[in-house]
Design a protein around this ligand. Structure first.
Ligand code: PMP
Length: 416
């Protein structure tokens, strides 16, 4: 016997399980629309050109400190560039250095083990210190939100995020649920842009109303920012909701979990940050004590976040020339995804596939809720070797010129 024989069973993580099934399939026509990673039109991973350039620079500099420990908080220059990307302090520098500086003072940042680690650290800090009544999780959401808040032992409730009739964000359902049932000190998870899994986002007007609701009710917004710049190609646009609440409702305190997995293609390097935005009225000693508490949690878990990937991001964001190249790489990725949305839509229209497919081009980012039922998803995998999540979430970046027609015909086959 084993002392572990009584362990409860844990279901496999769906995106990774679907990816494994795809790899085991020997059919040459197989298509992987499961896992959320960028692929080129040849179906290969794409180390960003700018990342390769930064890596070369770092390698050639052969700094003797390059494998030393970071501070517990992480790399200070990386953090300041990362926070600036989210909040846009630099945009205010032109008008007044003091205004920009005051804004910087309102944000406490710590380097994390990518976006997952930022979500986890933020959840742990809130759970231990703020003791939220519950966390409001969008239904549906990135499945790991459930695991993360489970581990933090905060009660979970759902708000209806997606309207499957209009195939869009369910603003009325969300607003009604939160305004009726959410209480002060509850947390609400908000995908800052390119909602995973639906690809459906609130409009700016809707964001304003949600932000105002959080302010009035004392709900704590927790932004998950995993696709900044990757979604629209414009890092500023993708951070609109966060910047709105930070600048226009400057007493609302909130968290941002920032990931560099997608927008730098640094998935396995685990680069990210957690930013805590403080009220403009917060007493001055709050930020140093908040940082000390975050550092305490990190120290006990893993001492500090890894260094390699953050060096790359710091090198790129800190250089005018490389930053420009990064924007070009973001455009390459976001435009290819947009093209594939249009290509899939066009093929389905050409086939006269029953149903309305406009959501494919209205939705944004890496994913779309294609609108297949669970049994249609099983059928498309069995009959056509096309892999996607059972919810019908497809990763658009698995499509390319070679397979998009095949995928459209397969969708047509299973919905008829
Ligand atoms: N949040 C959301 C909504 C995501 O889609 C992802 C990436 N799948 C993440 C967070 C975090 O990913 P990572 O830990 O690789 O940064």
């Amino acid at each position: 016997d084993s002392m572990f024989s009584t362990l409860s069973e844990v279901p496999p993580d769906e995106p990774f399980a679907v990816n494994g099934a795809y790899k085991r399939d020997s059919n040459p026509q197989k298509v992987n629309l499961g896992i959320g990673v960028y692929r080129t039109s040849d179906g290969n991973p794409w180390p960003l050109r700018v990342v390769e350039e930064a890596e070369k620079e770092l390698f050639e500099a052969s700094d003797v400190n390059r494998h030393e420990y970071l501070a517990i908080q992480g790399d200070a220059d990386f953090l300041s560039l990362a926070a600036d990307l989210v909040f846009g302090f630099g945009d205010y520098e032109g008008s007044s250095r003091q205004v920009a500086e005051n804004m910087r003072q309102r944000v406490v940042s710590i380097q994390t083990v990518s976006g997952t680690g930022a979500n986890r650290l933020g959840a742990e800090l809130l759970a231990r210190n703020i003791r939220p009544g519950c966390v409001w999780i969008p239904n549906p959401t990135w499945a790991n939100h459930y695991t993360i808040w489970d581990l933090a032992a905060v009660p979970k409730k759902e708000y209806p995020y997606y309207d499957s009739t209009s195939k869009a964000f369910d603003f009325n359902g969300t607003f009604r649920t939160l305004s009726t049932y959410a209480k002060a000190n509850d947390v609400v998870i908000l995908h800052a842009c390119a909602h995973n899994p639906t690809g459906a986002d609130p409009s700016q007007e809707q964001w304003k109303m949600l932000a105002q609701l959080c302010k009035e009710k004392g709900i704590i917004p927790f932004f998950d920012l995993a696709y900044q710049g990757f979604a629209s190609g414009d890092a500023k646009k993708d951070a609109w909701a966060i910047r709105h609440i930070f600048h226009d409702l400057n007493q609302v305190e909130f968290c941002v979990a920032q990931s560099f997995s997608k927008n730098f293609g640094l998935y396995g390097q685990r680069v990210g940050a957690l930013h805590m935005a403080l009220s403009a009225n917060a007493p001055t000693n709050v930020s140093s004590n908040l940082l000390a508490n975050l550092c305490h949690l990190v120290r006990g878990e893993y001492s500090m976040a890894p260094r390699g990937g953050a060096e790359i991001v710091k090198t790129v964001l800190g250089s005018k020339d490389l930053r420009k190249k990064w924007l070009e790489d973001l455009t390459t990725m976001s435009e290819r995804i947009l093209q594939m949305r249009h290509a899939l839509f066009d093929e389905l229209v050409k086939l006269g596939t029953p149903g309305d497919w406009n959501h494919i081009t209205n939705q944004i980012g890496m994913f779309t809720y294609i609108g297949l039922t669970e049994s249609q998803v099983s059928a498309i995998t069995e009959r056509h070797h096309i892999y996607m999540l059972s919810s019908g979430r497809i990763s658009i970046s698995g499509l390319n010129e070679t397979n998009v027609q095949y995928v459209a015909k397969a969708i047509d086959d299973v919905v008829r």
